[in-house]
Ligand binder design. Structure first.
Ligand code: SAH
Length: 457
């Protein structure tokens, strides 16, 4: 056993980069000791200053690239290094897709003990920019000017950002209009430390299929001055503006939105369409941020569900019912379960909007509702799960085993918890047949995938 690391803090070393961590950092080795180096790429030889040394690994700061990777690219954003929203703008898009697949392969093998599962190449975007339909930015002051942007690392100082390469251009326009309005009328900007001031965040949502835009002002208080001027300015600047909404958040918290929303102008929802199905999206409801790739992801989930029209299907963690309605096109009946009551209301509204009468939505925890159904003797032919990053609760996995559906389709945004959950299902009679990574978040390290599982014969 090694008792001491072969490098010391502040030491300068040279190393070869062999891989990437799940945070997107390069991994170098010095006498077998792993150094994580943000900004370094596989195949590169780099000079590094050691910043931190722990028992098993350390962190280094990239000083020089001695041999550059042929896959290194010039980041498109001028503030890329400071923003932190993207991690891989310096890596070619082709290689991003490769490494995302590799992360899934590695997690399945290391955490799930599943090294023989087929993992397909990541499905990427033709144009991997301006794909986000939602911007959510803090408002701050800099030298007396109203700015919108992102927080400086480990602080609550807002660094201005007027352009974002992965955001739909409507966001830029709406944010500009709000800044101009706030400056013109001296609307007080929220100060987090003193918990004073009005304007906290601005959220802009865009329907890609409809070009509708909603601007949401998150305020620390009820009264917004000069609303008419705000609306006028937004309408002049933002084509497709469908609603201006206020959300009130008076708590001292980093949760962005509060409980209450008020319409200042227009509608409280925008509409979007995925493969011909229409969805109403309100200020607070969850909706996938990359609609182009969402169609790809959901279509794959539908393909893996292999529906003929006779099946009973459960969609756990259903949000506003997007996957549920995709499934309802081809199933006898779909039951969606979702913990946020407003999302369930949206889901019901969406079912009605598209004339589906074979879908039922229930508000509650998947790990509470579905075990109850299993106990009451309900069975499903297919169960689809799309949990948040922490994965499925053990009680839900046990309920799936109790219901014994022919197929399980697992949609995941976190390969680590996916691998953990698959391991359990595989140990109890399911086979993981195919994994399809879909790039929902180009230029970042985030990986989304959909898995086809079936009961072993
Ligand atoms: N399938 C939807 C939503 C996926 S995001 C879509 O593609 O749009 C995950 C969803 O799970 C969120 O809507 C979140 O509110 C919900 N959720 C989180 N924990 C839950 C739980 N324990 N039970 C049910 N839903 C939960």
């Amino acid at each position: 056993m090694r008792t001491e690391a072969p490098v010391a803090k502040n030491e300068i070393v040279e190393t070869e980069i062999a891989g990437l961590t799940h945070e997107g950092h390069g991994v170098g080795r010095v006498d077998g000791f792993a150094l994580f180096i943000p900004g370094a790429l596989p195949g590169e030889r780099v000079r590094v200053k050691v910043l931190k040394v722990k028992k098993q690994y350390g962190y280094g700061k990239l000083l020089d690239i001695l041999t550059a990777s042929p896959h290194r690219t010039e980041p498109a954003c001028p503030i890329y290094a400071r923003c932190g929203g993207c991690q891989w703008q310096h890596l070619s898009y082709e290689q991003q897709l490769e490494w995302k697949r590799q992360q899934v392969v590695d997690a399945l093998a290391r955490i799930g003990g599943l090294s023989s599962v087929t993992v397909h190449p990541t499905i990427g975007m033709e144009r991997p920019w301006q794909y986000r339909n939602k911007a959510q930015v803090p408002v701050g002051l800099q030298d007396g000017r109203v700015v919108t942007g992102f927080y400086a690392p480990r602080s609550h100082r807002v660094i201005p950002m007027e352009r974002c390469g992965i955001q739909h251009s409507a966001a830029e326009k709406a944010l500009g209009a709000v800044r101009d309005w706030a400056e013109r009328w001296r609307v007080p900007v929220y100060d987090e430390e003193r918990h004073e001031g009005l304007l906290r965040h601005v959220v802009v949502k865009t329907g890609f299929a409809t070009d509708e835009v909603m601007a949401v002002l998150v305020t620390n208080g009820e009264r917004v001055p000069h609303v008419r001027e705000l609306v006028e300015r937004l309408r002049q600047t933002v084509p497709g503006l469908a609603g201006v909404v206020q959300n009130i958040q008076t708590d001292r918290t980093n949760v962005i939105m509060g409980e209450r929303t008020k319409v200042l102008w227009g509608r409280d929802v925008i509409y979007d369409e995925l493969r011909g199905i229409r969805f109403a999206i309100s200020a607070r409801s969850f909706y996938q941020v990359n609609p182009v790739q969402t169609e790809v992801l959901y279509s794959k989930a539908l393909e893996y569900a292999q529906l003929t029209g006779r099946e009973t299907v459960i969609d756990a963690y259903c949000g506003i019912g997007t996957i549920s309605l995709f499934l309802a096109q081809k199933a006898k009946r779909v039951y969606g379960v979702e913990v946020v009551p407003e999302a369930v209301e949206d889901a019901r509204r969406n079912a009605a909007l598209n004339n589906f009468d074979n879908v039922t939505f229930v508000a509650g925890e998947a790990e509470t509702i579905i075990p109850q159904w299993a106990e009451e003797g309900m069975r499903a032919d297919v169960i689809v799960v799309d949990p948040p990053r922490k994965g499925c609760d053990q009680r839900l996995l046990d309920a799936i085993l109790a219901m014994a559906p022919e197929r399980v389709v697992y949609v995941s945004c976190n390969p680590a918890t996916l691998a953990r959950d698959l391991k359990y299902l595989v140990a109890h009679g399911y086979e993981a047949r195919e994994v399809q990574p879909v790039d929902m978040f180009p230029q970042t390290v985030h990986v989304e995938c959909v898995v086809w599982m079936s009961k072993e014969k």
